[in-house]
Design a protein around this ligand. Sequence first.
Ligand code: SF4
Ligand code: SF4
Length: 277
Amino acid sequence: MKERIITEIREFVASAQADVARYPTGPYFDEPLVGFAAMDDPLFADYKRIIGDFHLTPAELCAAAFGAPPRAGTVISWILPITGEVRRSNRLENEFPSRQWSLTRTHGEALNGEVRRYLVSLLAQEGYQALAPQYSPLWKELADTPVGRASTWSERHAAYAAGLGTFSLNDALITAKGIAHRCGSVITDLVLEPTPRDGCGHGDNCLYLREGSCGACIGRCPVGAISFAGHDKARCCAYVYGTVPEAVGKAYGVPYTGCGLCQTRVPCEGGIPRGRG
Ligand code: SF4
Ligand code: SF4
C-alpha cells in the first residue's frame, strides 16, 4: 500500500498538471517526495512544547473527526518541489516575486489541496479512516502565538516527522529536492512503516545551522527579516501577506503571491547543499 500511495500521489500531480484546461499556467511542480510518520511518534507530542500547546496532535485531529482516535495510524506527508523554470524566474527578482512564482503560490497550492482531497477519498474507498488536517474544523491560523503567526497543524513539521527534510535559518524546510516547494499531509488509521529520519538533527540540511556557513538567504530578503539570529516572522508575514499582494497581486491576477526570494538564488534552492562536506 505504501508504494501505491506514492505512485498515486505522483500520478495525480502529473495528470492534473498535464490538464492545461485546469491548470493553464503550470506546470508548477516536479515529481513529489512522499514520507510517512507513525501518528503516535513522540515528536507530535513534543511539538506542543516546541511550537505551542495550540498545535494539534494526530490523535486530537482524529478524535475530532471520528469520535475517537484510532489505536494506531500514519501521517502521510508529501513535498511538491517547485520546478526549475519557476525557481529560475524568481532568482531574477530582488523586490517582489516573479509572476510564475506567485501563480505557483495560488494555483499550485490549489492543486496541493486537490492532492489532500484525493488521498482522503482514495483511503476511504479502501476502507480506511482519513482526514486532511488543513480541512479539519480544528485547523486555524493564529496571528499571535509565542512563535508568531502559526497554525494548529504545521505541514512543515509533519514533513520533518516523516523524514522529508530539516529546518533552515529562514524557517523553511530543506528537502532532498531543496527548499522551494509546497507541502501537505493526510492522517489515516492505515498503519504503514515510518520513513526513517536517519538521526537527522533538526537543521542538518541548512549550511548555517549545520556548520555556521552560508547565510545567503539573509541578503535575499528585501525587508531584512532574516539574520544570523533567525527569522523575524512578523516582518516576513507583513511583507508576504500585505505589501507584496498589494503591489503585484492585481497585475498577476492572484490573491496569494508568496515571496520566496529567500528560497531562490540560494545554495539550498533545489537540493541539500554540500557545504564543507
Ligand atoms: S541559504 Fe544557506 S543559510 Fe539560508 S537556509 Fe539555505 S543553506 Fe541555510
Ligand atoms: S519570504 Fe520574503 S519576506 Fe519572508 S523572509 Fe523570505 S525573502 Fe524575506
